[in-house]
Write a protein that binds this ligand. Structure first.
Ligand code: FES
Length: 105
C-alpha cells in the first residue's frame, strides 16, 4: 500500500464529491465539513456507481436501490430496498499535504 495523489483540494469543495480510478481502484472522495473521506465508488450490491447517487451527511446513497454506506469506514448504513444483506465497501485512508489530497491504496 502506498500514498497516491488523488486531487488538489481546489478540485473538491465542501459538500462535494469526486470519483476517479486510481491504480485500478474506483474511488469516491468526499469532502464533509472540510474533512476528506474515501471509499470504493462501486456499490457492493449490484455494482452501481455511488458517485451517481447522493450524499446524506456522512452517508453515500446508491442511486440504484437506495443502499447507504458510511463514508468514514465503508460500513452499510442501510441495505438495498430489497432488504438483501450486503457487504461493506472498501474504505481508504486519506491525507492532505500542501493542498494535495492523497489516498492510501
Ligand atoms: S446496486 Fe447499490 S443498492 Fe443496488
Amino acid at each position: 500500500m502506498d500514498w497516491k495523489f488523488f486531487a488538489s483540494v481546489d478540485e473538491i469543495g465542501e459538500g462535494e464529491e469526486l470519483a476517479k480510478d486510481i491504480e485500478g481502484e474506483a474511488i469516491l472522495l468526499v469532502n464533509v465539513g472540510g474533512d476528506y473521506y474515501a471509499i470504493s465508488n462501486i456499490c457492493s450490491h449490484m455494482q452501481c456507481k455511488l458517485s451517481k447517487g447522493s450524499l446524506e451527511g456522512f452517508n453515500a446513497v446508491c442511486p440504484c436501490h437506495n443502499a447507504a454506506f458510511n463514508i468514514r469506514d465503508g460500513s452499510v448504513v442501510r441495505p438495498p430496498a430489497s432488504g438483501t444483506p450486503i457487504a461493506a465497501v472498501e474504505s481508504y485512508e486519506v491525507k492532505v499535504e500542501d493542498g494535495k489530497i492523497f489516498v492510501k491504496i
